[in-house]
Write a protein that binds this ligand. Structure first.
Ligand code: ATP
Ligand code: MG
Length: 575
């Protein structure tokens, strides 16, 4: 492609609202354009990268035995009703009506759609296992679209679904996908960690997330330096370490004026925060729920969501009004003497603590020397705590290490949750009807593009790995008005293009500085500069990843060097 004809409107400056490198560079390099909040257009350069990512994903999915189909982005309401997710997805789902008032959504994912698709046609164990996938646009009305194409309201996802006869074969299908994902992200040159995930509202019991490491990532992971263990902070197990248990003392009500927070109570009484019981007053589906945890810890919302099996948007903080209605006082809620209508949940760590300070359920008072099992008891949840620095990894003496990252893939064992509610069954060998066991597997195609840029850039622009680079080579003609430069540039361009290499020819009538800046910005891996020595057939050869190392060599040598590097980097291609 000749840059004089190419639609590549690069920008000198990134818009104010672009916060992270990938967002800025993809905009400036004319890969993407924003059309509305969280909605983007892919320009020629950007779309070439997207298609390359797509193709790697497609090849690995095909190799793993999954079969590609394409379903509509528009999904009828009825199929979502069966699983209750029409309601549960909440405001994140884009909903619409047709002219006959029939309701639809723009699919945020497609577990229901795929299960409905196969349910009448897969009848026998002989048709299983089955794995289908699609690469298709998904829609989620995200609360906070941000970071360019990292978190958008419309994005490209590869979603796959596996259907099996029993839990064992479901697991086998799951690990086939797990390995395919390793191959995908290895091929995309992404540095990533695989972490145990949180199943959230998806249900089921085992999941892994593929996290591209990046300081700008929205997700945080906790991991071991010694072995492969890693988990999202949402999932990382907390083994709460309490001191020796003390002998229980006699409870005593004490006056604690203006002590509504743990900090205030602890400092007023001169005790450690871990001596105080923290109450988190919630309203879950409109009903009061109070969760008690040690005063020195934070509640992990994700663990609570999966414990309660209620979607995030149905959990709110309880209003002061409702706290009063429950027979308590804001800032003074405690487990003793609260209304029976309130569901009270204790994190199991509370049982390890002794002689606690708890709210007395009246303004200005706490009770001290209170012990679980003696003065109060109730529903225990094993672990609702957010992991923090200093916590140890289960079964070892090692403390967690922490890193940030971008979730680029997610795989789930779903069990029979979807097949049961949709009625997707098969007849086993003895002719008995059984539920189908499922898994679901997503790769964020467009998000992966931004993750790659986060990992591969410098101050001047993007440094694309060859596998996803929009073009392999860029030839810069320093002065296209000079006949010998134009001719030599054209010749190299023609030769390489005809041999199947992907080449950009910068034949624009622009200052050399402008051309060099653009070429750094758009990050093409191999650069051939045709300048003053064109008459002798000499060009300059360099790599975007190593710009300082420039060689003056004959154009033949430059072409050979380019070809052999590309072939080396793309051993699977036909070049
Ligand atoms: P997140 O926690 O980041 O919101 P998710 O866990 O809800 O993502 P999944 O339902 O697991 O996402 O979707 C599969 C993949 O699709 C994700 O791993 C991610 O790569 C991609 N993805 C999800 N939401 C978005 C989005 N808003 N924009 C771009 N890609 C997305
Ligand atoms: Mg996910």
């Amino acid at each position: 492609m000749r840059l004089s004809k190419f639609y590549m409107p690069t920008l000198k400056e990134a818009p104010q609202d672009a916060e992270i490198a990938s967002h800025k560079l993809l905009l400036r390099g004319a890969f993407i354009r924003k059309s509305a909040s969280g909605i983007y257009t892919y320009l020629p350069l950007g779309y070439r990268v997207v298609r390359k990512v797509e193709n790697i994903v497609r090849e690995e999915m095909d190799k793993a035995g999954s079969q590609e189909i394409l379903m509509s982005a528009i999904q009828p309401r009825e199929i979502w009703e069966a699983t209750g997710r029409w309601e549960r997805f909440g405001p994140e789902m884009f909903k619409l009506k047709d002219r006959h008032e029939r309701e639809f959504c723009l699919g945020p994912t497609a577990e229901e759609y795929f299960t409905t698709l196969i349910k009448d046609e897969v009848r026998s164990y002989k048709q299983l296992p089955l794995n289908l996938y699609q690469i298709q646009t998904k829609y989620r009305d995200e609360k906070r679209p941000r970071f360019g194409i990292n978190r958008t309201r419309e994005f490209l996802m590869k979603d796959a679904y596996s259907f099996d006869t029993d839990p064992e074969t479901m697991k086998a299908s799951y690990y086939i996908m797990y390995e395919a994902y390793e191959k995908i992200f290895d091929r995309l040159r992404i540095t990533y960690k695989i972490v145990e995930g949180d199943n959230g509202a998806m249900g089921g019991n085992m999941s892994h997330e593929f996290i591209a490491l990046s300081e700008t990532g929205e997700g945080e992971i906790a991991y071991s330096l010694k072995d492969k263990y890693a988990a999202t902070v949402e999932k990382a197990k907390v083994i709460y370490e309490a001191g020796e248990k003390e002998e229980a003392l006699e409870p005593e009500e004490i006056e604690t004026p203006n002590c509504k927070t743990i900090e205030e109570v602890a400092s007023f009484l001169g005790v450690n925060k871990s001596k105080c019981l923290k109450a988190v007053d919630l309203s879950v589906r409109g009903k009061p729920v109070i969760v008690f945890i040690p005063g020195d810890r934070e509640l992990n919302e994700a663990k609570l969501i999966s414990y309660l099996q209620v979607p995030e948007h149905e959990i709110e903080m309880m209003s002061d009004e409702d706290i009063k209605k429950s027979g308590s006082a804001p800032g003074y809620t405690g487990p003793i003497g609260i209304s029976k209508d309130v569901r009270i949940i204790f994190d199991s760590s509370v049982t390890k603590l002794s002689n606690l300070v708890v709210g007395a359920n009246k303004e200005g008072y706490h009770i001290k020397n209170v012990n679980y099992n003696i003065d109060f008891k109730g529903e225990l949840a094993e672990d609702l705590l957010l992991v923090q620095k200093g916590d140890k990894i289960e079964g070892s003496d090692e403390e967690y290490s922490f890193a940030r990252g971008i979730e680029v893939g997610n795989i789930f064992q779903l069990g029979t949750k979807y097949s049961e509610s949709i009625g997707a069954t098969y007849l086993d060998e003895s002719g008995k009807e059984q539920n189908i066991w499922m898994g679901s597997y997503g790769v964020g195609i467009t998000r992966s593009v931004s993750a790659i840029v986060e990992q591969y850039h410098d101050d001047y622009g993007i440094i694309w790995p060859m596998v996803v680079a929009p073009y392999h080579v860029i030839i810069t003609i320093m002065n296209p008005k000079k006949e010998e430069q134009l001719k030599l540039g054209e010749k190299i361009y023609q030769d390489l293009s005809q041999a199947g290499y992907e080449v950009l020819l910068d034949d624009r009538d622009e200052r050399a500085g402008v051309k060099f800046n653009d070429r750094d910005l758009i990050g093409i891996p191999i650069r051939i500069t045709v300048g003053k020595r064109a008459g002798e057939g000499v060009v300059e050869y360099s790599l975007r990843s190593d710009g300082k190392n420039r060689k003056e060599i004959s154009f033949d040598e430059a072409m050979e060097a380019a070809k052999s590097l590309i072939r080396e980097e793309l051993p699977k291609s036909k070049l």
